[in-house]
Ligand binder design. Structure first.
Ligand code: SF4
Length: 999
C-alpha cells in the first residue's frame, strides 16, 4: 500500500518511517483488563512494507460485548501465545520508529502496563533494539502521534471522531472494524489524509497553532510529536516549499458542510405584506393532492394530524392557550409548524419608523437537542422550499453556547504568558482555533473536537457572558456571533429555542428573546422539570476559583487582570498620589483573592466532611443529596468556615468596588487602556456581587418559595460538592413571568393527559391559573392500531418489587423469555441498583447462549449502546431513566419492552419530598395527587418506546405486580391504549407471547 502523501512531505515531517498500531482488549482498564490482539503496520518511505498481527491468549473470559464488537471468541484465543511471549516481538517490530495510533494513549497504557509487569530479561527469545535505559523505565520510549487528537484539531465540525466514522468520511476502504491489523491499516490511511488536511491549513491558523505549541518543539524523543509536526509544516510554508499533495482528492479533504443558524436571511429576501390566515388553505396542504403529498411520496394525511392542525389554527385565531396531546406517528411538528408559518405571514406589522414590515414572531421551544435539530435542520428547510413562503427562521441558544471573540483573544494572550500551562491544555484549544476559521455560528455545540461539556471550566472563560460583553463598544462587534444571531432572531418569523433558554430568558427580563406573544412548547411534559432546573440556583467551588483566577493567577509568572493593571499603572502618567492609591487597591484585592481562595477551599472541604458524616450516620451512600432548612442546624461543624468564607467574599466584592471607583477618576491620557480595565473590572464586580448574593441566599435558606439541598460529590472529592435551590412550585413564577403576556400558547406532547384529562399537567405548571375561557384542551387518539400491534402482558405470579424473591423470579422469567423468543428486548429500570442485579443475573444465566446483553453504565455510553442494540438482532438492553423517553427504534431491533417497576419518583429526592409535603400541608393526598399521576405520565412515555410506526408489532411486559394488587395500579393499566392480559404462570405467558408473535 502506497501513501498519497509525497515522500518529501513525509520526510519533512520526520515521518520517513513509522509504525501504526492498534490493540483489541478485554476492557478499558489497563490495570485490570488484558490485550486480546495486536496489529501493526510499518510504513517506510511512504509504503506499507511489513505487517504484524497476533491474537493473544488471555486469562479472563472475554466479555460478551467485546466478542460481539471484535468477533474474537474465547476459542479463537485458546492456544495462542501469552502477552509475555509476544511483548518482545512487539518491541522488536517497532524498533525506534515513531508510533501512530487512534487514541494511542489507550494502546500505550496497555503496552506500558505489560512492560511494567514483565521482566523482559527473563524472556530467552527477546532481542531488543531498545536502549537499556528504556527497559529500566519499563515503557515504550517511542515518540507518537495520535490521529484522534489530530482529527479533532483538523476536522472539529465532524459529527464524531471514531475511527470507523473517519474512514467513512474519507471514503477509505476498511475491511473489518475492531480487528487490530485492519484498524492499524486504517490508521495508516487516515494519517495519510490528515497530513494532507494539515498541509491545506490556512497560513494564519497554522501560525497560531505553531505559536501555541512552540515551547514543546524539539524536546526529547519520549514525547508527543504533534508540536514538531506542526512546526515542520510552518517551516515548510515559511520557506515557500509547501509540498503540494499530488493525488489529493479535494472533495474528500474538504471540511464538513457549514451549518448556519439562520434560514431565509439571504440578501434580497424580504418580509412581504400580510396574507390572510385561511384555515381551508392550510388544511389543503395536508389533504390528498396537497403540497405535502406531492412533496413527500408516501405521505398520508392522518385524521389526528388534521384535528391537530384545526386546533392549532383555532388557538392562533382565537388567541387561546391550547393543550394538545398527540401520540407518536401523528406528525405533530408539521401540524403546528405549518399553521404557525401561515399565522406569522398573516400578522405582519409595519414599523413606525420607516414603513418596513416586521414579522410576528413565534417562539418554538423543545426539551431535547434531537427535536430542536429535527425541526430546524429538517422540517423548516423542507417546509420553506415546498410551501414557497418567504419566512425566516433562527435557531437561538443561550449566550453561553457562543464563543466570545474578545474573551478568546484575552484567554490566548494569558495562556501564552503562562509558563506552566501543559501541552494537553494547549492541544485541547487547537480545535477551537481551526473551527473559528470556518464557523458561521460560533455555536460550540458544532465543535466536536473541543468537547466543551468535558471542559466546563475552560469553556466558562471563552463563551459570551453579559457581564463581560462590551456591546457596541466591542472591537469584534461586527463579527460577534451572539449579536448576529440575536439581531436575526428579532426579525424572524420562527425562533427555535430550548426550554433552558426559554426559562433563563424569563429570569433575565427577556434580555435574549425580547418581547414575544406567541409560544409553542413541544415535549411539554418536561416543562415542570425544566422550569425547576432552570429557575433554580446553584453554587460550587469552581465559580469562586474562576473569579479568583481571572483576577490573579500565579504559576511561576503572574497573569490576570490585577497584574495587567498594575503594570499599566507603573507605565502610566499618573500623579504619585493616584498611583499609590491604585497600587494600594490592587495590593489589597490581590491579597483578598488569596485569602478568598483559601477560605473557599476550607469551606468546601469542611462542607464535604459534614456531608460525608451526615450520610454515614444515615447509612446512605456518600453522594446522597441532603435537604436542609437551616444551614447551621444541619451542618454545625461548618459554622466558622462559612462565616469566614462569606466575609472574605464580601470584602473582595467591596474592595473591587473601591478599586473600580478610584479607576473611574483616571483619564485615557494617564492610562491608555483604562476603558478596557474599567469594563473588565465592572464585569468582575458584578460577578462577585452575584456570587455573594447566591451564596447568601443558599446559606440563609429563608426564602420559603424554594427548596434547598446539598449535592456532595459521589466520589467524595471536596471540590465537587454543589449547593442548590429550586422553586417549590413553578406555577407562581410561570403565571406572571410567562402566561400573563402571551396571546397564544400551544403545549404539546405525546403524554400530557391522564385518561384524557389535563388537570394534573395544568396544576403542575400553573395553567390552572389562566382564565379557563382561554384554555382549549384536546387529547387526540393515536394513528396506530394498538389492538393489533401490541400485546401487554402482566405476570400475576411475580412478587411485588418490595417482596422477597422479586429479583430472583424476575431474572428467571426474563431469562426464559429471552432464550425462548430471541427478540430485541429493552428492559426499563427505575434504579441502577436493580439494573445491576438483573444484569448480573442475566449474564450468569445466559452465559451459554448467544445473546448480547448490554447494560447502561456497564458496556459503554448511551449512544453506543443504542447503536449496538440496533445493529445486532436479538440484543437485550438494560437502561434506567434516560431510556424511558427520547428513544426512537422502529422495526425489529425492538420487539419486547419490559417495565420492571412502576416509575414513581424517588420520594427522598429533596424537591419531590418538599412538593409532597406541601400538598399534605394543604390537606391533599400527595400520593394520589402527585406521585401517581407523575408516574403514570412516565409509564406512558416508557410504553411509547415500543410502537414507533404503523408496521411495528411487539409485546410489553409489566413486571411490577402492584399494577394488579393495589388500587392505584389500575390507574396505570387504564392509561394504556390496550387492555392488558394477566397471566398466572410463566409457561402460560410465554406460550401466549410466542403465539402472538406468530399470529
Ligand atoms: S460583542 Fe460582546 S459577546 Fe460579542 S465579541 Fe464583543 S464582548 Fe464578546
Amino acid at each position: 500500500m502506497q501513501l498519497l502523501t509525497p515522500f518529501p512531505l513525509l520526510q519533512a515531517l520526520g515521518m520517513e518511517c513509522f509504525v501504526a498500531i492498534d490493540l483489541e482488549t478485554t476492557g478499558l482498564d489497563a490495570t485490570a483488563d488484558e490485550i486480546l490482539e495486536v496489529g501493526m503496520a510499518k510504513v517506510v518511505k511512504g509504503k506499507v512494507c511489513e505487517h504484524f498481527n497476533q491474537l493473544i491468549q488471555v486469562e479472563q473470559q472475554i466479555p460478551e460485548h467485546i466478542s460481539s464488537i471484535t468477533g474474537i471468541s474465547n476459542e479463537d484465543v485458546a492456544g495462542q501465545p501469552s502477552i509475555n511471549e509476544v511483548l518482545p516481538r512487539i518491541i522488536d517490530f517497532i524498533g525506534d520508529a515513531p508510533l501512530v495510533g487512534h487514541n494511542i494513549g489507550f494502546d500505550l497504557s496497555f503496552l506500558n502496563e505489560q512492560l511494567q509487569r514483565v521482566d523482559l530479561r527473563q524472556q530467552t527469545n527477546f532481542v531488543s533494539s531498545q536502549p537499556a535505559s528504556s527497559l529500566k523505565m519499563r515503557q515504550l520510549p517511542n515518540p507518537h502521534i495520535d490521529t484522534l487528537v489530530l482529527s479533532r484539531i483538523l476536522l472539529p465540525r465532524l459529527s464524531n471522531h471514531r475511527l470507523e466514522h473517519l474512514a467513512q468520511y474519507f471514503g477509505l476502504s476498511q475491511k473489518k472494524t475492531h480487528r487490530a491489523l485492519d484498524d492499524a491499516l486504517t490508521v495508516v490511511n487516515l494519517f495519510d489524509y490528515l497530513i494532507q488536511c494539515a498541509n491545506k491549513l490556512d497560513k494564519e491558523v497554522l501560525g497560531f497553532i505553531n505559536r501555541l505549541l512552540k515551547p514543546w518543539q524539539g524536546r526529547d524523543s519520549q514525547s508527543n510529536l504533534l508540536p514538531d509536526f506542526f512546526g515542520h509544516l510552518v517551516d515548510l510554508s515559511r520557506s515557500g516549499e509547501r509540498i503540494p499533495t499530488k493525488r489529493m482528492v479535494s472533495q474528500q479533504l474538504s471540511s464538513p458542510p457549514k451549518v448556519d443558524n439562520l434560514i431565509g436571511f439571504e440578501t434580497g429576501s424580504q418580509t412581504v405584506a400580510s396574507a390572510k390566515f385561511d384555515f381551508d388553505k392550510i388544511k389543503a396542504v395536508f389533504l390528498p393532492g396537497g403540497i405535502l403529498e406531492k412533496a413527500r411520496p408516501g405521505y398520508e394525511a392522518r385524521p389526528q394530524q388534521l384535528q391537530m392542525v384545526e386546533a392549532v389554527c383555532r388557538a392562533f385565531s382565537e388567541e387561546s392557550f391550547l393543550l394538545i396531546e398527540a401520540g407518536t406517528g401523528t406528525g405533530k411538528s408539521w401540524a403546528y409548524l405549518i399553521p404557525a408559518i401561515y399565522w406569522s405571514q398573516s400578522q405582519i406589522q409595519t414599523k413606525e419608523t420607516d414603513d418596513s414590515f416586521l414579522p410576528t414572531r413565534i417562539i418554538i421551544s423543545t426539551n431535547t437537542k434531537n427535536l430542536q435539530e429535527q425541526i430546524f435542520f429538517k422540517d423548516i428547510p423542507f417546509l420553506r422550499s415546498h410551501l414557497k413562503l418567504p419566512f425566516r427562521a433562527v435557531l437561538l441558544k443561550g449566550r453561553n453556547n457562543y464563543l466570545c471573540w474578545h474573551r478568546w483573544k484575552d484567554f490566548i494572550l494569558e495562556l501564552e504568558h503562562r509558563q506552566l500551562s501543559s501541552l494537553k491544555e494547549r492541544l485541547e484549544l487547537l480545535p477551537v482555533a481551526v473551527w473559528l476559521s470556518e464557523t458561521l455560528t460560533g455555536d460550540i455545540e458544532e465543535n466536536t473536537g473541543f468537547r466543551a461539556h468535558q471542559k466546563p471550566y475552560v469553556w466558562a472563560k471563552l463563551h459570551s457572558d453579559s457581564r463581560y460583553c462590551k456591546g457596541n463598544k466591542c472591537s469584534f462587534n461586527s463579527v460577534c456571533f451572539v449579536n448576529r444571531v440575536r439581531r436575526a432572531a428579532r426579525n424572524a418569523h420562527l425562533v427555535v429555542v430550548n426550554h433552558s433558554l426559554l426559562f433563563s430568558d424569563l429570569v433575565s427580563n427577556n434580555s435574549v428573546l425580547s418581547e414575544y406573544q406567541n409560544l409553542i412548547v413541544d415535549e411539554a411534559h418536561n416543562l415542570e422539570n425544566a422550569a425547576t432546573q432552570y429557575l433554580g440556583v446553584e453554587a460550587h467551588l469552581w465559580q469562586i476559583r474562576n473569579l479568583v483566577n481571572n483576577l490573579y493567577y500565579f504559576d511561576g509568572r503572574e497573569t490576570g487582570l490585577l497584574p495587567r493593571m498594575r503594570q499599566a499603572i507603573y507605565k502610566g502618567k499618573l500623579s504619585q498620589n493616584t498611583q499609590e492609591t491604585l497600587l494600594g487597591n490592587i495590593e489589597a484585592v490581590t491579597s483578598l483573592t488569596r485569602s478568598l481562595d483559601q477560605a473557599s477551599s476550607r469551606f468546601f472541604r469542611q462542607l464535604s466532611e459534614a456531608c460525608w458524616e451526615f450520610n454515614l450516620r444515615q447509612r446512605q451512600p456518600i453522594g446522597t443529596k441532603i435537604r436542609y432548612r437551616d444551614w447551621l442546624e444541619n451542618f454545625p461543624s461548618t459554622g466558622i468556615v462559612t462565616n469566614e468564607f462569606l466575609n472574605e467574599l464580601q470584602e473582595l466584592a467591596g474592595e473591587l468596588r473601591r478599586l473600580h471607583e478610584n479607576l473611574l477618576l483616571v483619564k485615557a491620557e494617564e492610562i491608555a487602556e483604562v476603558e478596557d480595565f474599567l469594563f473588565d473590572l465592572e464585569g468582575t464586580c458584578q460577578e462577585a456581587d452575584e456570587l455573594l448574593a447566591v451564596f447568601k441566599m443558599l446559606i440563609e435558606a429563608t426564602d420559603q418559595r424554594y427548596v434547598f439541598w446539598l449535592e456532595p460529590s459521589p466520589r467524595g472529592e471536596n471540590f465537587d460538592s454543589r449547593i442548590k435551590a429550586a422553586p417549590l412550585s413553578v406555577s407562581f413564577l410561570l403565571k406572571p413571568l410567562l402566561y400573563d403576556r402571551l396571546r397564544t400558547a400551544i403545549f404539546t406532547s405525546a403524554t400530557l393527559s391522564i385518561n384524557g384529562q389535563f388537570d394534573y399537567f395544568k396544576s403542575r405548571v400553573g395553567l390552572d391559573l389562566v382564565d379557563p375561557d382561554r384554555l382549549l384542551e384536546n387529547a387526540l387518539g393515536s394513528p396506530f392500531d394498538f389492538e393489533h400491534q401490541v400485546l401487554v402482558a402482566v405476570p400475576k405470579f411475580l412478587p411485588t418489587p418490595k417482596e422477597v424473591g422479586f429479583i430472583e423470579t424476575t431474572v428467571s422469567l426474563l431469562c426464559d423469555t429471552i432464550s425462548h423468543l430471541h427478540r430485541g428486548t429493552l428492559i426499563l429500570f427505575t434504579s441502577y441498583e436493580l439494573l445491576g442485579k438483573v444484569y448480573e443475573g442475566l449474564k450468569i444465566n445466559l452465559e451459554s447462549e448467544d445473546v448480547l446483553i448490554l447494560g447502561q453504565g456497564k458496556d459503554g455510553a448511551r449512544h453506543a449502546l443504542l447503536r449496538q442494540f440496533c445493529e445486532q438482532k436479538g440484543t437485550v438492553l438494560l437502561g434506567t431513566n434516560s431510556f424511558w423517553e427520547g428513544i426512537d427504534i422502529p422495526g425489529t431491533p425492538l420487539e419486547i419492552l419490559v417495565i420492571t417497576r412502576l416509575p414513581f419518583e424517588v420520594p427522598s429526592e429533596p424537591i419531590i419530598q418538599a412538593r409532597m409535603e406541601a400538598i399534605e400541608q394543604r390537606g391533599g393526598n400527595s400520593f394520589y395527587q402527585f406521585s401517581v399521576p407523575a408516574a403514570i405520565l412516565r409509564f406512558r412515555q416508557g410504553f411509547g418506546r415500543l410502537i414507533r410506526t404503523k408496521s411495528d408489532r411487539g409485546v410489553v411486559i409489566i413486571l411490577d405486580n402492584r399494577a394488579l394488587r393495589f388500587r392505584y395500579g389500575s390507574l396505570f393499566l387504564e392509561s394504556l391504549p390496550v387492555i392488558p392480559k394477566v397471566f398466572n404462570t410463566p409457561r402460560e405467558m410465554l406460550n401466549a407471547i410466542e403465539k402472538w408473535f406468530f399470529r
